[in-house]
Design a protein around this ligand. Sequence first.
Ligand code: ZN
Length: 261
Amino acid sequence: MDTVIRLGVFVGMLILMIVWEIYAPRRPLRYSRWQRWPINIGLSMITTLLLRFSIGGIAYFSALLAAEMQFGLLNVINLPVWLSVVLALVLFDLAVYGQHLLLHRWPLLWRLHKIHHTDLDFDVTTAVRFHPVEIILSLIYKVIIVSLLGAPVVAVLIFELILSTSALFNHSNIAIPVRWDRRLRWLLVTPDMHRIHHSTDQRETDSNFGFSISVWDRVFGTYTAEPAMGHDDMEIGLSQYRYSPTVTLKKLLLMPFKSRV
Ligand SMILES: [Zn+2]
């Protein structure tokens, strides 16, 4: 049941963003969708298949186990359920912010995460462009966080939904009026805010690490409000990887394991 809900919300949000991108795009795409989409969707399909037959539901089960064994912070201190859920959601988001920072700062992890940043354009399919090994590592990280927190099962389910919908939303190429973007940005990571993280300008790549709520970047001093070249002219991707957007899936999958970084 939980898989049906997750898949339904994901597909619904994906379709909504694609339609919005077609009718009201934020920026004209520089490359054709036919060049980038097979790569991005191909990567996501490999990961989905891999997890389906391995450890896909492990975060959920670790929450069940922690509750059963009365393990983890929120299982030890006695709070009202609603407060435990809210606290778990906020702390999960902080943990994802920390994980993203680590993916950029630790060279070994950067080898994996850079696959996400080698996309030469920015649209909703960028949200699913990840190396499968990065997804597996982040799942293990999630299990550790869930167990230490003793997060309620319902919080894990809600957070999975928040994470996938906010990733699709903040990677999309949708036009949102600037005044609305400003208002939304007080709480949420908007596409204009996250696109800056995909800039070829290293100072901008090393900022705006937040995934769902924008507050962590402001608190920890990693916030960039506007790209230096402006939203329309900024370059997307990594300056050292300006290859053809038709790079093969195989090449991308092997990229982290090549000695030359
Ligand atoms: Zn990143």
